[in-house]
Design a protein around this ligand. Structure first.
Ligand SMILES: CC(C)(COP(=O)(O)OP(=O)(O)OC[C@H]1O[C@@H](n2cnc3c(N)ncnc32)[C@H](O)[C@@H]1OP(=O)(O)O)[C@@H](O)C(=O)NCCC(=O)NCCS
Length: 205
């Protein structure tokens, strides 16, 4: 089973190359310490609407450095989607391997007992990469990362805003079930969703 330290020492263990449907070559790979400036460009480029739907602590070089400094130091695993030819970061996928007590309590209310084999995740694509099927094409890789960390279920990092129709369709499409709703600190309604990770097809249970 993979560990955060092992990934930080050898990011290639989780590096995958793929060709998107439109022919664009991309790499899906762990964030590394040398990514700060490219990650800052990604964060800075997010529109106000993307920032509303997927919130980060900041959208500048300082925030990007903080995310790079966190590599293998906390419970987070961050992977980026990199455009092959340009090296531009066009997506960020965040995993949290530790569960937050507030998540545990909310899911408990919905009758779901979260366990150490669960993890949280949240995807964010650059604006010009949204709605083109990119999230769908990388989803098998996302699920594979969770499996490699011995995870059996994935919940959403902070839920999904009730008016984020594209993300909700995306999660539904990939097998997530809505398990409850809650009101965030800012008064906005969000949904909790969970995915049972089945072994990839062709693999024995
Ligand atoms: C959410 C996100 C990762 C989805 O990835 P994506 O590549 O845009 O999604 P896809 O194009 O693969 O679409 C998946 C499904 O969503 C649905 N969908 C796509 N665009 C949609 C839209 N504008 N409105 C409603 N549903 C939409 C479709 O059902 C689609 O499947 P289909 O094309 O087979 O019918 C991406 O849009 C994103 O980063 N959004 C901004 C940040 C964000 O909201 N993150 C999630 C926070 S919880």
């Amino acid at each position: 089973m993979l560990t955060l330290t092992a990934v930080a020492e050898d990011p290639l263990v989780l590096t995958r190359r793929l060709k998107l449907d439109d022919g664009q070559e991309v790499f899906f790979r762990p964030l590394t310490h040398t990514d700060a400036e490219r990650l800052a460009a990604f964060l800075e480029g997010l529109s106000a609407e993307s920032r509303r739907l997927s919130t980060f602590d900041g959208y500048d070089l300082k925030a990007a450095r903080k995310l790079c400094d966190a590599i293998a130091r906390h419970d987070k695993l961050r992977l980026v989607l990199e455009d092959g030819p340009s090296g531009r970061i066009v997506g960020l996928v965040e995993f949290s391997l530790d569960l937050h007590p507030s998540d545990i309590a909310r899911y408990e209310e919905a009758g779901i007992h979260l366990a150490a084999t669960d993890c949280r995740f949240g995807p964010t694509l650059a604006d010009d990469h949204q709605g083109r099927g990119v999230g769908t094409q990388i989803f098998p890789l996302i699920a594979d990362v969770a499996r490699q960390f011995g995870r059996k279920r994935i919940i959403l990092f902070g839920g999904v805003l009730a008016d984020n129709t594209r993300a909700i369709s995306y999660y539904n499409k990939h097998g997530f079930q809505q398990v409850g709703s809650f009101t965030g600190k800012d008064g906005a309604q969000s949904f909790d969703m969970i995915l049972d990770l089945h072994p990839p097809s062709g693999t024995a249970e």
